[in-house]
Ligand binder design. Structure first.
Ligand SMILES: NC(=O)c1ccc[n+]([C@@H]2O[C@H](COP(=O)([O-])OP(=O)(O)OC[C@H]3O[C@@H](n4cnc5c(N)ncnc54)[C@H](O)[C@@H]3O)[C@@H](O)[C@H]2O)c1
Length: 326
C-alpha cells in the first residue's frame, strides 16, 4: 500500500474484505529512488513472514510506483503468484495498472543516475479495480501527470481524446468523478486496444512509449525532480520536434504538442538546463535500444511508430528545443 493512501483510503479498503481474509499490510514510500530491487526484496521477505503460498494474492493499492513494485513482487515470489491492482493515481488508472508491465529502476553504470524500469517482468493482474473517488486526495500536480499519459493516448490512437481533455480540463483537475470516469474509459480504450494486438511489445505496443525515451533521459537526472508524467510531457514535445527534424511532421504538429501540454499546466521544457550529452548518454540505456542503436517512437504520416537509427543531430536539436544546453 502506498504510504500516502494509507491514511485517507486504507481503512475503507481494509473494511471491504470479508473477515476470514488473512491480510498482511505493507507500506511503500512511493518515490522513484525507492522503486528499486531492495523494495522488492523487502516485500518478498514480508511475503515469507506472512506465510504466503502459491494460492495467495498480492494487492497493489497505490500509484504507478506501488503497482510496478508490487507487480514485480507478485511476478517473482514463488515464481509468480496472483496480482490485483487498485490504482489510486490518474496515471496508474489510465496506464500503469493495465497491460502487465512490472519492474524497478536500476542505478546506471558510472553513477549516471537512475535507469528507469530496467529490471522487471510482464505479469498480468487478475483484475484492475478503479474507483475515481480515490482521486479526491490526489494533488493537482499528480492529476496533471496522469493527463500527460492521456495526451499520449490521444496522439497514439484517439485525437478526439485531446479535445475531451481540452474541454474538460477544469473538472478533471478538480477530480470530478464523472469527468474522470469519461476520461479513464476513453484513455484506457486506446491502451487496451494496443496491448491486445501486442502484449509483449514485439511491435505496435512500443507506440505506448511515445515521449518515454526522452522522458527516461530526463528522469535519470534526479536533481530535476521531475515526476514521470512531467518527463513524458516534455518528452512528447521533444519526440515531435525530432520527427520534425527528420521531415516526418510539419511545424504545426510540434505546436499542437506544446499547446496541449501547456494548456493543462504541464511543463513544456526542462526546469533547468542539462548538458545534452548527459541526456543522450542516458537515452542509450532505454530498453528499446538494439545493438547500440537508438530507436525512437516518433509521430509521422502513419501515426506514432518506431524509427530506427535516428541521426544524433536530430536528437540533439530536439533536446535543444526543450531547453537542453548544447
Ligand atoms: N507499468 C506500466 O506500464 C507503467 C506505465 C506508466 C508509468 N509507469 C510507472 O508509474 C510511475 C508513475 O506513477 P504515478 O504517477 O502514479 O506516481 P506515484 O506512484 O509516485 O504516485 C504519485 C504520488 O501520489 C501519491 N498518491 C498516490 N495515490 C494517491 C491518492 N489517491 N491520494 C494522495 N496521494 C496519492 C503517491 O504517494 C506519490 O507521492 C513511474 O515509476 C512509471 O515508470 C508504469
Amino acid at each position: 500500500m502506498d504510504h500516502n493512501v494509507v491514511s485517507p483510503h486504507g481503512s475503507h479498503l481494509l473494511s471491504s474484505f470479508n473477515a476470514d481474509w488473512n491480510l498482511s499490510v505493507q507500506e511503500l514510500v512511493a518515490t522513484e529512488s525507492n522503486k528499486k530491487q531492495e523494495a522488492v526484496s523487502g516485500l518478498h521477505q514480508a511475503c515469507l513472514e506472512a506465510g504466503l503460498d502459491r494460492g495467495s494474492l498480492v494487492i497493489g493499492f497505490g500509484g504507478g510506483i506501488t503497482g510496478d513494485v508490487s507487480g514485480f513482487t507478485a511476478a517473482t515470489f514463488l515464481r509468480g503468484i496472483s496480482l490485483v491492482l487498485i490504482p489510486t493515481t490518474l496515471l496508474a488508472m489510465v496506464d500503469a495498472a493495465v497491460g502487465g508491465k512490472t519492474g524497478v529502476n536500476l542505478p546506471l553504470p558510472g553513477g549516471q543516475g537512475l535507469g528507469k524500469n530496467l529490471a522487471g517482468a510482464f505479469w498480468q493482474p487478475q483484475a484492475v479495480l478503479i474507483d475515481p473517488l480515490v482521486l479526491s486526495t490526489l494533488s493537482e500536480r499528480d492529476l496533471r501527470c496522469g493527463l500527460a499519459e492521456c495526451i499520449k493516448h490521444g496522439f497514439i490512437g484517439d485525437p478526439g481524446l485531446l479535445e475531451l481533455i481540452h474541454e474538460n480540463r477544469d473538472s478533471i483537475l478538480a477530480a470530478d468523478p464523472l469527468a474522470i470516469t469519461d476520461l479513464v474509459e476513453r484513455a484506457l480504450r486506446v491502451k487496451i486496444g494496443v496491448i491486445e494486438e501486442d502484449e509483449r511489445e514485439t511491435g505496435g505496443r512500443a507506440a505506448l512509449n511515445f515521449g518515454h525515451t526522452f522522458g527516461h533521459g530526463m528522469e535519470s537526472v534526479e536533481r530535476l525532480e521531475l515526476r514521470h508524467g512531467e518527463a513524458v510531457a516534455i518528452g512528447m514535445i521533444a519526440a515531435t520536434q525530432c520527427a520534425f527534424e527528420l521531415g516526418r511532421v510539419g511545424p504545426e504538429m510540434v505546436d499542437q504538442a506544446r499547446e496541449i501540454v501547456q494548456s493543462v499546466g504541464l511543463p513544456h521544457q526542462l526546469p533547468e538546463p542539462v548538458d545534452v550529452h548527459q541526456l543522450m548518454s542516458a537515452m542509450q540505456f532505454d530498453k528499446k535500444t538494439l545493438d547500440g542503436h537508438l530507436r525512437l517512437v516518433l509521430p509521422g504520416d502513419h501515426g506514432v511508430e518506431i524509427v530506427t537509427e535516428v541521426p544524433a543531430q536530430a536528437v540533439e536539436s530536439a533536446w535543444a528545443a526543450v531547453g537542453a544546453s548544447c
